[in-house]
Design a protein around this ligand. Structure first.
Ligand code: ARG
Length: 586
């Protein structure tokens, strides 16, 4: 067992000894400021508060029962009741040794694996994927990878938008103005054109709108011809989505689009009506406030000019069509019945936060027992901005297509590689540029706190210095070049830690698992980005201060090489958890 886990379980046992009724699942240790120690726990303070105990006294009682002397120096009580732990050097060395021997890479599989549905990417059919889709796709993929690495069962589901009123206009366009050659050249662009032309027509001419509506009604009624065209539109769009997913290395277990849930929507609304959860209003059906919570906390109310007014979750339109929320309710129901997940995680733009609040609240009213068994989480994120402070656009003011963005990333990276390493053969330079370009874009998106907007900057994300993917990829390649020069590298050498820089690096390696757990717990990949950036920094100061290949003696050289090897492995594994590749040479 890794030291932090040993400390945690000993601490939990001691807390149970001191407070027999305590729920110890929240008794955790976290890395802390080296001034105080290596790990810290703040759990005693909330336990004491809940019981009106003096936290310092509780800490003294727990300490009396705590047995961690195998891995820690004397445990200290600090401040209002923090516990500070400092690892014994021997425990540190031993953990590095077992990692060097291949027993682990500083993380354990979860004791209690969860089943988690990750709903991410979810583009809409007949529309190109644009720069904004990198957010849901990249964050969702990093989360599914990290959760899987920790042994959780993940079901990734691409909830594509393949149903809705837009298909009336698309069908009309397909039948009247389709350009087959253009469809073959770039299907989504042609579909987008059809939609735009017909949409303009419809705005100007109510008769056209009626025509489009009747195409939609035919589709909804299962008309064979319209269904066939609709299916072709989905297949053509999916082909382009798949090209992008292939480039990004993103995989889904399922692609169950909105249309998959059509058969259940009528029953969902009927059930909501019978149970008195939804009601009719102006011909539509919606879920309204039930007055059970104060207005400020009520997701079915909004404040307009100082007054609280209804903001219902609509589930049926006045024309009988169903809403986004109806589909999402049927989707939760299906997912629970099919996979019994512990959690469903939605990686979707923060602009939909009110939708998800109402959705989760509606589901809790509709199926209270099922709702208690599942955690529904909206993993929201902010916008990508241009350096003019407005949403990121092309020079001509259009949305940036994701495919074009990835092309540009690779082209820009190729220029950098050609300058840095002109001696490498062309095909190798291209492969390096692909890995660096895509890595740079993904990492720049994962690094900020996901709820913040960030400014898209090619120069910043492609820089070899600073908190960027190329910097981390370069750190990895540099370690690999040490091994190429070393020729022999006994990775299983005996670990010795003496210099401060060696100890600091070793302790940071130990925090890899805790970082992965924090990412999985709080659904924030940026923790891992920052961890890896610090790792590369600590490696650099180690490498600058502790000669590796020119170490004084064979044993030191081998021990330091082993430390290099472990750093490289963690960099590679960490980047992989973010969906970012490495190259052996740059
Ligand atoms: N297709 C939607 C959009 O582009 C996102 C779907 C997100 N997932 C969900 N279950 N609502 O806005």
């Amino acid at each position: 067992m890794l030291p932090h886990k040993q400390i945690e379980s000993a601490l939990q046992a001691a807390v149970r000894g001191a407070l027999s009724d305590a729920d110890v699942s929240a008794v955790l240790v976290r890395p802390c400021d080296p001034k105080f120690g290596d790990y810290q726990s703040n759990a005693l303070m909330s336990l004491a508060k809940a019981r009106k105990l003096n936290p310092r006294q509780l800490a003294i009682d727990v300490l009396a029962k705590l047995e961690v002397s195998a891995v820690c120096e004397k445990v200290e009580i600090a401040g209002a009741g923090f516990l500070n732990f400092r690892l014994k050097d021997a425990a540190l060395t031993e953990t590095l040794q077992s990692a060097a021997n291949g027993a682990h890479l500083f993380f354990d599989k979860a004791d209690r694996p969860k089943t988690v549905v990750v709903d991410f990417s979810s583009p809409n059919v007949a529309k190109p994927m644009h720069v904004g889709h990198i957010r849901s796709t990249g964050i969702g993929d990093a989360l599914q990878r990290t959760l899987r690495l920790l042994g959780h069962q993940v079901i990734s589901d691409n909830h594509i938008g393949d149903w809705g009123t837009q298909f009336g206009k698309l069908l009309l366009g397909w039948k009247q103005i389709l350009n087959r050659a253009e469809l073959e050249r770039d299907a989504i662009a042609e579909l987008e054109r059809l939609y735009k032309v017909i949409n303009t027509d419809c705005d100007a001419n109510p008769a056209r709108l009626e025509e489009a509506k009747s195409e939609l009604v035919k589709l909804q009624a299962g008309d064979a011809g319209n269904t066939a065209i609709w299916k072709e539109m989905i297949a053509l769009s999916q082909k382009q989505f798949d090209t992008i997913y292939g480039r990004l290395g993103v995989q889904f277990d399922f692609t169950l689009g909105e249309s998959f849930y059509n058969p259940w929507l009528g029953a969902v609304v009927a059930d909501l009506l019978t149970r008195g959860i939804a009601r009719e209003s102006e011909g539509a059906v919606g879920v309204f406030s039930d007055g059970s919570v104060p207005p400020k906390e009520d997701v079915f109310l909004v404040n307009r000019d100082g007054e609280w007014v209804p903001d219902p979750a609509l589930v049926r339109k006045s024309d009988g069509g169903f809403n986004y929320t109806t589909t999402d309710l049927a989707t939760i129901d299906y997912r629970l019945k099919t996979w019994s997940p512990d959690e469903i995680v939605y990686v979707v733009d923060d602009r939909q936060s009110s939708h998800f609040k109402k959705l989760f609240a509606t589901f809790a009213r509709w199926q209270p027992d099922a709702a208690k068994k599942v955690k529904l989480v909206h993993v929201g994120f902010g916008k990508i901005m241009g350096d003019d402070g407005k949403p990121f656009k092309t020079r001509s003011g259009d949305t940036v297509k994701l495919g074009d963005l990835l092309d540009e990333a690779e082209e820009r990276a190729l220029k950098i590689v050609a300058e840095k390493s002109p001696e490498l053969p062309e095909t190798q330079r291209q492969e390096i540029a692909r890995v660096i370009g895509l890595g740079a874009v993904k990492y720049a998106d994962l690094l900020p706190n996901r709820q913040s907007d960030y400014i898209f900057s090619w120069n910043k994300m492609l820089a070899l210095q600073g908190n960027t993917a190329p910097y981390l990829q370069y750190a990895y390649a540099r370690i690999k070049s040490i091994f190429r020069k070393a020729e022999t590298g006994n990775l299983k050498a005996e670990i010795k830690l003496a210099a401060n820089e060696e100890l600091t690096l070793a302790k940071h390696l130990l925090n890899f698992g805790l970082t992965l757990e924090a990412v999985a717990e709080e659904l924030r990949p940026n923790y891992l980005c920052n961890y890896l950036f610090e790792l590369a920094g600590k490696f650099t100061s180690f490498y600058e201060n502790c000669p590796v290949l020119k170490a004084g003696d064979e044993a030191t050289r081998n021990a330091r090489l082993a430390l290099c090897g472990l750093t490289a492995q963690v960099l590679k594994q960490g980047l992989e958890a973010l969906g970012i590749e490495v190259v052996e040479q740059m």
